[in-house]
Design a protein around this ligand. Structure first.
Ligand code: DO4
Ligand code: MG
Length: 282
């Protein structure tokens, strides 16, 4: 089932996306629906099917969830670790170490405050010359790290700030409009094999020219989702309706740094396309 949020009677409302429209679930946001499904012990897709009104509205897909928290993993694909080590010139292979060791890199990406949905502008920090999209598969979590669905995440990152010094990572990662999510959440029973999803990313200039295109399969992800959620939840009871992004396997190089008006489109056939223009923030 494809779930998300729409505007219905002036309210952000959870909805089931169907051919040609969306069936609203009045009185519920996506986070409400996840909480109710946990409380009543009813699988998310069953509860959504029960509560959605029959009539499908023509509606735009909004941010599919206002997440309680967004966390993100790093160096989960070899490509991300080796590119970052090369950028930093770290002799000891700081990023390769994290790629290889059992404990994954997990960082706090923010709350709903920094998230944008399909079509909304992602942020380029005014103090960054090299901001890049990081196209990632994201897990939508119920309580105790249970995976209730999958969505796409753009972990937009100011790479030059991270490259200057690894301790600047939080500033490179967390700022206004640094996280795009969407277009919908596909429930875990409906995504097929999440370790064999083919993801593409293109960056298009304002004149329509393609600045970057790349692809990866989640088969190249070096971790199992359960390992990521297990570490995330160690001594850290992350609330239901949070999101964990699983890391990037597509690396956008400095020549293709985001500029204002560029459009980033991330696509996985089983989930859809998340497209966002970029704009300077701050
Ligand atoms: O270590 C820096 C961040 C890595 C990251 O965000 C990724 O690999 O996706
Ligand atoms: Mg990332």
């Amino acid at each position: 089932m494809r779930l998300g949020q729409i505007r219905f009677h002036h309210e952000i409302t959870a909805a089931v996306f169907v051919e040609g429209g969306a069936r609203p679930i009045p009185g519920h946001t996506m986070a409400d629906l996840i909480h109710r499904s946990e409380k009543e012990g009813i699988p998310l897709q069953e509860l959504a099917a029960q509560l959605a009104i029959r009539h499908a509205e023509t509606a735009e897909a909004l941010l599919p969830i206002h997440p309680a928290e967004v966390w993100a993993c790093g160096c989960t694909y070899e490509m991300s670790a080796s590119f970052r080590d090369a950028e930093h010139g770290t002799r000891e292979g700081m990023y390769a170490y994290v790629y290889r060791e059992p404990r994954p890199e997990i960082f706090f990406k923010g709350t709903a405050r920094v998230c944008v949905g399909p079509g909304q502008a992602i942020g380029i920090r005014a103090d960054s010359q090299f901001t890049a999209p990081e196209p990632e598969l994201a897990l939508v979590l119920g309580s105790q790290g249970r995976i209730v669905g999958y969505t796409l995440c753009n972990d937009v990152s100011a790479w030059d700030i991270e490259r200057e010094n690894a301790l600047y990572l939080p500033q490179s990662k967390v700022y206004a409009a640094c996280c795009a999510l969407g277009p919908v959440i596909v429930t875990a029973d409906d995504v097929g094999d999440p370790y064999h999803l083919y993801m593409t990313c293109t960056v298009t200039r304002p004149d329509g020219g393609v600045k970057f295109s790349g692809s990866v399969s989640t088969a190249r992800l070096h971790r199992k989702f359960e390992q990521l959620t297990e570490y995330l939840l160690r001594a850290n009871p992350v609330p239901a309706a949070s999101v964990l992004s699983t890391g990037t396997g597509i690396i956008v190089t400095e020549e293709a740094a985001l500029g204002p008006g560029d459009v980033v489109s991330i696509r996985v056939a089983e989930i859809g396309e998340l497209s966002n223009p970029a704009a300077v923030v701050g």
